[in-house]
Design a protein around this ligand. Structure first.
Ligand code: PEP
Ligand code: MN
Length: 295
């Protein structure tokens, strides 16, 4: 019995959150909620930020038309990927540097804050000079060399949770960015691998409420990738705002049926106004305001 007790205590200890592993973002060590500011958008406990744009940059026309509609809807932050981590090697892989240049130009032309994914440490410096916010995708949450590299810049970095990461592993990944000198980390919940075939990923509605008790970092949510189906984006987005998300990153496209990636889960840009109207109601119930540009 003694040895069983010992074993049980060791196991229990293994599963205790060790705040010293992520002390820079731990609420235990740093109890003030952090804000990450980029131009007129502040990620933090007050404003709710909406990031919208296509899954991938496909062409100048597609990117510009989508940017124009995103801007007209009052959205301030425009997402679009040039480097795409694709499951299938024969799928469209992205326009790479050419796409980054298009996004930078269109961001400037429409006065939008730009956001894109980096997938390799060698991309980080050049992308950080052209694009405002960099993102680490789910599949790279524990790409430690990439995390260290985005730790050396000052742009805000959105870090998505890995497909099977524990919350402690997630916070330790954020700590790699923080310890390398970049304080501007934003977490983004995007669901994990589940067993239900009707869901692309399983969105854990407890993640944000739990993370909010552990970390001072802002946390946004992705309602697009868990669903794999645009009809489900709004219902999921409502629950994400209701459970405390500080923002949403949503895939939208000017012509979704023709999209080269994630065609089924991109909202038509025409659907953005209704999406915003519906999300505003939940935000209001939560006593929070969505940061939109004034018309
Ligand atoms: C994305 O947001 O474009 C993306 C690829 O998402 P994730 O890394 O969450 O799969
Ligand atoms: Mn996508």
């Amino acid at each position: 019995v003694d040895s069983l007790d010992k074993l049980f205590n060791t196991l229990k200890n293994n599963y205790l959150m060790k705040h010293e592993n992520f002390k820079l973002s731990s609420l235990k060590y740093n109890p003030i909620k952090k804000e990450v500011k980029i131009r007129d958008a502040i990620f933090g406990p007050n404003e709710i930020q909406l990031i919208m744009g296509p899954c991938a940059i496909e062409s100048r026309e597609q990117l510009e038309e989508t940017a124009n509609e995103v801007k007209n809807a009052g959205i301030k932050i425009f997402r679009a990927c040039a480097y795409k981590p694709r499951t299938h090697p024969y799928s469209f892989q992205g326009l790479e540097e050419e796409g980054i240049n298009m996004l930078a130009e269109i961001g400037e032309k429409y006065n939008l804050i730009t956001e894109t994914e980096v997938t390799d440490p060698r991309q980080v410096k050049i992308v950080s000079e052209k694009i405002d916010i960099l993102r680490i995708g789910a599949r790279n949450m524990q790409n430690f060399e990439l995390l260290k590299e985005v730790g050396k810049i000052n742009n805000p970095v959105i870090l998505k949770n890995g497909l099977s990461a524990t919350l402690e592993e997630y916070l330790c990944a954020a700590e790699y960015i923080l310890t390398n000198g970049n304080p501007n980390v934003i977490l983004c919940e995007r669901g994990v691998r589940g067993f239900e075939p009707l869901e692309r990923f399983t969105y854990d509605a407890l993640s944000i409420p739990i993370l909010k008790t552990l970390t001072n970092l802002p946390i946004i949510a992705d309602p697009s990738h868990p669903t794999g189906n645009k009809e489900l984006i709004l219902p999921l987005a409502r629950t994400q705002i209701a459970s405390g998300a500080d923002g949403l990153i949503v895939e939208v496209h000017n012509n979704p049926s023709q999209a080269l990636t994630d065609a089924k889960q991109q909202l038509d840009t025409k659907e953005i106004p209704n999406f915003i109207t519906e999300i505003k109601k939940v935000a209001q119930a939560m006593n929070r305001k969505i940061n939109l540009s004034k018309k």
